[in-house]
Design a protein around this ligand. Structure first.
Ligand SMILES: Cc1ncc(COP(=O)(O)O)c(C=O)c1O
Length: 356
């Protein structure tokens, strides 16, 4: 990381949406704040980044991201605390993951310090979009895509890096019914599963739609080669509590996204003296534990909802109902603790928050 000081030219909007914005009817990912960050790559270097009014971008019909999918993104949130500060949760981890995704997709990485500073300055300008309403936050979406105007498969020579933000409300999530997917796969060894690449999400839509038709909210992805190891749950990492041990798939394989929520859960649990195992997990052991009652908890971990309990696991036509959500003491405690850190209600003993 460089230690440069970044200052980005700002063009302010003359038509702020704040005066007529309907905070009572937020649509996740459909409403956007007044400004965005924009930086372009050409001739082997990134231009000066700038903050401009949120607006449409024009594109050439042959723009390579549309045709060949060189496109990556990130996701995190900013919260307003009871003391009127604005905090962003662990953005340097998103910066690192974004740089890793870029490298895997043959795209020019964005300096990690610049990435964080661009977020800080954009949110500082749009600070009124981060409200104190309980459960509200400002979702931050950095993304980069290839902009060469060329039908031809090769790494693009030009890119756009942008950051847009979207005010979001309380994330109500019902406990999930999930199906262990054994036909379709999210990621294969040597593939791009570890990268937050747009195409990974496109590829998951069809099996996800088939799962929904069967009544499942999400799929639990298994390894591509044998379909016998658990990997992730939908667009979240997956964690289990068995015999009071918190267990989650390890990250040694390049098929699993290195989730920041999961990492935070692990760090909190360890600090609280909970035994944690990051290792390969077989479908068989989860089904057996569900059958014999040693599976105390199973949940997804991700930025959108932090922790979402899994109520039922479907596998080979059978449905395994997990213990009542009210009894999931540890995951509930961690969820509350993380929400309290993010919103400044408890001291940030881990030093995770960036103050805007
Ligand atoms: C495939 C996938 N796995 C896991 C996660 C959870 O990652 P994080 O906790 O960083 O949001 C996400 C969401 O970003 C995801 O898209």
């Amino acid at each position: 990381m460089s230690t440069q000081t970044y200052s980005f030219p700002i063009t302010k909007t003359t038509h702020s949406k704040l005066s007529y914005f309907d905070w009572d009817h937020l649509h996740f990912g459909k409403d956007f704040s007044d400004h965005m960050f924009l930086m372009e790559y050409k001739d082997g270097e990134w231009s000066q980044g700038e903050i401009v009014p949120f607006e449409n971008i024009s594109m050439h019909p042959a723009m390579s991201a549309i045709h060949y999918g060189q496109s990556i993104f990130e996701g995190m949130k900013a919260y307003r605390t009871t003391n009127d500060e604005i905090l962003v949760f662990r953005p340097e981890m998103n910066a690192k993951r974004f740089a890793d995704s870029a490298t895997r997709m043959c795209m020019p990485p964005v300096d990690e310090e610049l990435f964080v500073e661009a977020i800080r300055q954009l949110i500082s300008l749009d600070e009124e979009w981060v409200t104190k309403r309980r459960g509200h936050s400002l979702y931050i979406r950095p993304f980069m895509f290839a902009t060469d105007e060329l039908i031809g498969i090769r790494p693009s020579e030009t890119y756009k890096f942008m950051i847009i933000t979207s005010p979001v409300g309380q994330y109500y999530s019902e406990p999930l019914n999930v199906k262990i997917e054994t036909s379709y796969t999210r990621a294969a060894n040597g593939g791009v599963g570890r990268a937050k690449a747009a195409g990974n999400y496109a590829a998951s839509l069809y099996p996800g739609m088939l799962g929904k038709k069967e009544g499942f909210h999400q799929l639990i992805w298994t390894d591509a080669r044998t379909n016998t190891y658990i990997e992730e749950s939908g667009t979240m990492n997956i964690m289990f509590l068995m015999n009071d041990i918190l267990i989650t798939p390890d990250e040694d394989h390049d098929t699993i996204l290195r989730g920041i929520t999961k990492r935070s859960v692990i760090e909190v649990a360890k600090k609280w003296g909970i035994q944690v195992e990051e290792r390969m997990i077989t479908v068989k052991e989860i089904i057996e534990a569900a059958k014999n009652g040693t599976l105390q908890d199973a949940f997804g971990a991700g930025t959108a909802a932090t922790i979402v309990p899994i109520a039922m696991i479907g596998h080979e036509g059978e449905e395994y109902v997990l213990p009542p959500v009210e009894d999931r003491i540890l995951s509930k405690r961690i969820k509350t603790f993380l929400a309290d850190i993010k919103t400044g209600r408890v001291a940030d003993e881990f030093g995770w928050n960036l103050k805007v």
